[in-house]
Design a protein around this ligand. Structure first.
Ligand SMILES: [Zn+2]
Length: 137
């Protein structure tokens, strides 16, 4: 994976955590981290303050990218690599009007909305992801 895109993932993860009320600041091994939950299964995830994941956290696109889902904060959430991959595999390839796909998207959107908060103060946040969504591959 090229460096720039890795930095981008870190930035998206950090923004997701900053705006997700399941993520709270904590100290782990003497370092400030953010601890929160997978949008699918609720498993615990830990990010460093620059967004580097200490767990297998990935950026979930609630509306899949190939169905036009954007890098907007309300379309992004943190998910286990396994949960994200599972959804991608089972669901994202379905037609847009597939009822199962629609149900999962609606559930995740509601959950993300419930967890949405203004960015956590005290973080050194980079520019928000949607400011330059055009640099996405
Ligand atoms: Zn999960």
């Amino acid at each position: 994976m090229p460096r720039a895109s890795k930095g981008r993932t870190r930035r998206l993860l950090l923004w997701c955590a900053a705006t997700d009320r399941s993520f709270e600041p904590a100290v782990q091994a003497g370092r400030s981290v953010l601890c929160g939950k997978c949008i699918h299964c609720g498993a615990r995830h830990v990010l460093e303050e620059d967004g580097t994941p200490r767990t297998r956290a990935t950026v979930e696109h609630i509306v899949p990218r190939h169905h036009g889902g954007r890098d907007d904060l309300d379309n992004l959430a943190i998910a286990c690599a396994r949960c994200n991959f599972g959804k991608g595999h089972r669901l994202d390839a379905r037609r847009w009007d597939d009822p199962t796909l629609q149900r999962v998207i609606a559930t995740l959107q509601a959950r993300r909305r419930e967890r949405m908060r203004p960015p956590l103060p005290g973080l050194d946040l980079p520019p928000p992801p949607d400011a330059d969504a055009s640099d996405d591959e």
